[in-house]
Ligand binder design. Structure first.
Ligand code: HEM
Length: 403
């Protein structure tokens, strides 16, 4: 007989630390004694096995659909009530994924690698001779945007608009969203108008880009309608910028503590794929996600009533000793264990842009390691508040030996 989750005697997590390391350590300690904990609005699971099982179980639905409710926002101007690929489930999600997946293969991402290298070198050329930079403003923030523009076929000069929209639209997932509704609505409205304009242009003049391939995407006579196209283009702009730029910031901060690994990467660029997997495992920019029970669910001897909110703590699962040998060791030569890190999620909502992001990160890390072979943090690194959904450094001043 399953125990009702609300009756379990489990640890309570009701803290928010400014410091992400402190927060992870505290949660990792709790994970040693319990597979589940209670927080003010939800439950949290920590172990790889349970995070994966919940993310793969289709009865748990993506809480992106509930984000306005969770954040206490009842302003009708906020557009998150409309279904997105992230918030859709069942047949609706399967159909969307089937139509768009062919545009997001590793091969499609590889085609952009020469362009990625060009963007990386264009960003680094002006700063390298001085031997110092502010990595976030000079590199991480601008880097993913021209790539998303190129992928979509949007004009390069629009990258600043994309950058602001992506960050502001994603504020809906932050703990402070209720105070930022005007900013979120403004970004959503501008992005919506822009996307509709871009799609109209491609309908009249097809090109070799993602929008054209999404317009053409067809399976057994089925196609994306106009609203679905708008939603998908927005998912790429919003999902594809703030994530990659913050992940790179986290990864470089990690390498700053491991100069031997940085030197190894510069010497052995063939390690780039493993370096990306290991940095994302050890220090992922997305540290958790959320699901709610769409029906009563029995799992691991516990009954979760319909509506129960649960947080799979991806960052803790990524250091689960049952899944990763010596999990607190950062090692870019680590052999793949058959259990991939969870920073791209798991199950049906597994990151659609994973191949693109992997390629972007691999190209960036290798070129940075080769052009800034010895670097050190030179001043204070400031971090986003630990309440943000996508975590990373805000400022990271560096000095390095120019090469
Ligand atoms: C380091 C970079 C990235 C990280 C850490 C990341 C992380 C994630 C995670 C954790 C999810 C699943 C969320 C959940 O299950 O609740 C997800 C889904 C998604 N990501 Fe990414 N992502 C990254 C880059 C990208 C890029 C470059 C794109 C676009 C080209 C993208 C587009 C998407 C989309 C569209 C989904 C929804 C997929 C679905 O619901 O089927 N992401 N991402």
């Amino acid at each position: 007989m399953a125990t009702l989750v609300h009756e379990l005697d489990v640890p309570v997590v009701d803290f928010v630390f400014a410091d992400a390391d402190q927060q992870r350590d505290q949660l990792a300690d709790i994970a040693k004694e319990s597979w589940i904990a209670r927080s003010p609005f939800s439950y949290i699971v920590f172990h790889y096995e349970h995070c994966q099982a919940i993310l793969r179980d289709k009865r748990w639905h993506n809480a992106a659909a509930l984000v306005t409710e969770i954040r206490g926002i009842d302003d009708d101007r906020v557009m998150s009530r409309r279904e997105s690929i992230l918030s859709s489930e069942g047949d609706v999600h399967t159909r969307l994924r089937r139509l768009v997946a062919p545009s997001f293969t590793p091969r499609a991402a590889d085609r952009l690698r020469p362009f990625m290298r060009e963007v990386i070198n264009d960003l680094l050329d002006p700063v390298i001779p001085s031997g110092r930079c502010e990595l976030i403003a000079d590199f991480c923030d601008p880097y993913p945007i021209p790539i998303i523009c190129e992928l979509l076929g949007a004009p390069k000069e629009d990258w600043r608009l994309f950058s602001v929209w992506a960050e502001d639209v994603l504020r809906i997932f932050n703990g402070t969203a209720a105070d930022e509704v005007d900013r979120i609505v403004k970004a959503q409205t501008e992005l919506e108008d822009y996307t509709r304009g871009l799609i109209a242009q491609r309908r009249s003049k097809p090109a070799d880009d993602l929008i054209t391939s999404l317009i053409a995407a067809e399976e057994a006579g089925d196609k994306l309608n106009e609203d679905e196209l708008v939603m998908m283009v927005q998912a790429v702009i919003v999902g594809g910028t703030d994530t990659t730029r913050n992940q790179l910031g986290c990864s470089i901060a990690l390498f700053a503590e491991h100069p031997d690994q940085w030197a190894l990467l510069a010497e052995r660029p063939d390690l780039a794929p493993r370096a990306v997997e290991e940095t994302m495992r050890y220090f992922g920019a997305v540290r958790s996600t959320a699901r709610f029970a769409s029906v009563d669910i029995e799992y691991n001897g516990v009954l979760f009533p319909k509506g129960t909110l649960i947080i799979p703590a991806l960052a803790i699962a990524n250091r689960d000793p049952a899944s990763f040998a010596d999990p607190d060791r950062f090692d870019i030569t680590r052999e793949p264990s058959g259990q991939p890190h969870m920073t791209f999620g798991s199950g049906i909502h597994y990151c659609l842009g994973a191949a693109l992001s992997r390629a972007e990160q691999q190209e960036a890390l290798v070129t940075l390691a080769q052009r800034m072979p010895k670097f050190a943090i030179d001043g204070d690194v400031t971090w986003k508040p630990s309440t943000v959904a996508i975590f990373g450094p805000e400022k990271m001043p560096l000095t390095f030996d120019p090469s």
